[in-house]
Design a protein around this ligand. Structure first.
Ligand SMILES: [Zn+2]
Length: 403
């Protein structure tokens, strides 16, 4: 199995390096925006969109132009990678996977630059060489494994990070764990069919008040003033803290589950549908919009989609399987006698079978039924784990729900 993995470290640039990083990231953003403007202009005049090679030619011309000659100071390959990003953004747009590319605004889009080559990693001395920046120290928290593919440098919460993408051949181990079913919920984040319960994190809820307060404080300041910038930095720090807490929690939970269990069954919830369509469209306005958007907020806060994505690749790494089962009736069928009745689910939390009298927590019943449905599916078809599995990328870490 080809295993792709990203190793992320905090960089410790000196003053000059930090200034250059900001400058280079600014140059990359400039190139991206200028190329986007060029493509839009060609569209309005009915001309064909430029390909990547033509954009690179345009970039060479901009560097030769005295008014934008400063672009020559930034690492050339990183600038070309911005053009590649734009090309990919268009491809995603035409394939209906994403919205049309938008201009990157300073302070709003994350500052970043990517080096496809030219870097050197010196793990023994905890330093990373980047073209036009020299050697940068980094916080060496773990060993980087595999062949280096590229390095992305980005800024978040006032700090610089390097994400090192690697690839390596990895054996798929034989998993010794057991099979388990999982019920995902709001009151309990995850209930396992063996009785394990993971409490909800509600990282957003916990920080919500602090965030609201910081946002109010910011709105009272004069825009772009010194105090406004301070207040804005505070809002961004809280956002970063929320994202970090959630990521840690999800990683810890999915690591434990994938280590203990070889087969994990989960309800095939359409997280994207649940979380996107509450307000509906003009043709089909959503029903119970307010109640649903409350539920959606809770789902997004819990990160169900990200939970499933992490379980999927971690199980594949450890030789296990993730099995998604249709979510029908898992909460209303008696695991004891198989009786299916709406009345079985007396309250949100309590399950009591009207036929045999079996009583249990409703989430646990759901998890047991999910496991059972998983076994049934496995009897029909066996899908091997493996193939290309990828660790979280920048995009998925920043909270997108894609799985
Ligand atoms: Zn029963």
């Amino acid at each position: 199995m080809q295993r792709l993995q990203a190793f992320k470290f905090e960089l410790k640039p000196n003053g000059d390096q930090a200034r250059d990083l900001r400058r280079f990231a600014g140059s990359c953003r400039f190139v991206y925006n200028r190329a986007l403007a060029l493509q839009q202009e060609r569209y309005t005049t009915g001309e064909k969109k430029l390909g990547y090679a033509d954009l690179c030619k345009a970039l060479t011309a901009w560097k030769a132009d005295p008014s934008t000659a400063w672009l020559g100071e930034a690492p050339a390959q990183a600038l070309q990678q911005s053009l590649k990003d734009l090309d990919r953004a268009y491809a995603n747009f035409f394939a209906k996977r994403a919205d049309a590319p938008r201009f990157k605004k300073k302070g709003q889009s994350r500052d970043s630059l990517r080096y496809p080559q030219g870097y050197q990693l010196d793990q023994a001395n905890s330093r990373l060489f980047l073209p036009k920046l020299g050697w940068l120290c980094y916080r060496n928290s773990r060993e980087v494994l595999g062949t280096l593919k590229n390095v992305t440098v980005s800024q978040s919460g006032g700090k610089w990070f390097a994400s090192i993408q690697t690839e390596r051949e990895a054996e798929i181990p034989v998993h010794q764990g057991t099979a388990v079913g999982i019920d995902l919920g709001i009151v309990r984040f995850a209930t396992l069919s063996d009785g394990t319960v993971y409490a909800p994190l509600n990282s957003f809820k916990r920080h919500e008040q602090a965030l609201a307060k910081a946002q109010r404080a910011m709105s009272r300041k004069v825009k772009f003033s010194r105090n406004w910038k301070k207040a804005k930095a505070r809002v961004q720090r809280i956002h970063t803290r929320i994202a970090n807490t959630r990521r840690d929690y999800l990683h810890k939970t999915t690591t434990t589950i994938s280590q203990n269990h070889a087969m994990v069954c989960i309800e095939d919830l359409q997280v994207r549908n649940l979380s996107v369509s509450a307000s509906g469209t003009i043709e089909a306005p959503g029903t119970h919009v307010r109640a649903k958007s409350g539920l959606n907020k809770a789902i997004l806060d819990q990160g169900w989609g990200e939970f499933r994505r992490q379980l999927d690749y971690k199980l594949a790494w450890s030789g296990g399987h993730l099995i998604a089962v249709p979510p029908h009736n898992t909460s209303r069928t008696c695991p004891c006698c198989g009786q299916f009745a709406k009345a079985n689910r007396q309250t949100q939390a309590r399950f009591a079978c009207v036929a045999c009298g079996f009583e249990e927590n409703a989430d646990l019943v759901g998890a047991i039924n999910v496991l059972r449905a998983g076994h049934a599916r496995l009897a029909c078809e066996v899908s091997p784990a493996g193939g290309q599995q990828q660790e979280p990328t920048e995009a998925t870490q920043s909270g997108s729900m894609s799985d």
